[in-house]
Design a protein around this ligand. Structure first.
Ligand SMILES: [Zn+2]
Length: 90
């Protein structure tokens, strides 16, 4: 089944991406979407230089995919109303 945009960011689970695998940077967590998803949690993302599992843990802990993005992410209160569905990592 063809899914429609917006797509869920593989890191923060917010629906922020107009397409998948196009190297868009998620405005919520600053993960660069190189197409990696939950079925490849431990491969090193070439765009983000860390595995998705690590980025998801970072987001849970500090609201950003990595330490460098921490100062760039939107304040949590700006995320209210933005669609998100938490997915359990495999
Ligand atoms: Zn994200």
């Amino acid at each position: 089944m063809l899914r429609e945009a917006p797509f869920q960011c593989p890191c923060c689970d917010y629906y922020t991406l107009a397409a998948r695998g196009r190297h868009a940077v998620c405005p919520v967590c600053f993960w660069e979407d190189d197409g990696i998803d939950l079925d490849d949690l431990d491969g090193i993302s070439s765009a983000n230089h860390i595995p998705l599992r690590k980025a998801r843990a970072n987001f849970a802990r500090m609201g950003a995919a990595d330490e460098a993005a921490r100062s760039l992410v939107a304040p949590r209160e700006q995320l209210r109303g933005l669609r998100r569905e938490t997915r359990a990592p495999g």
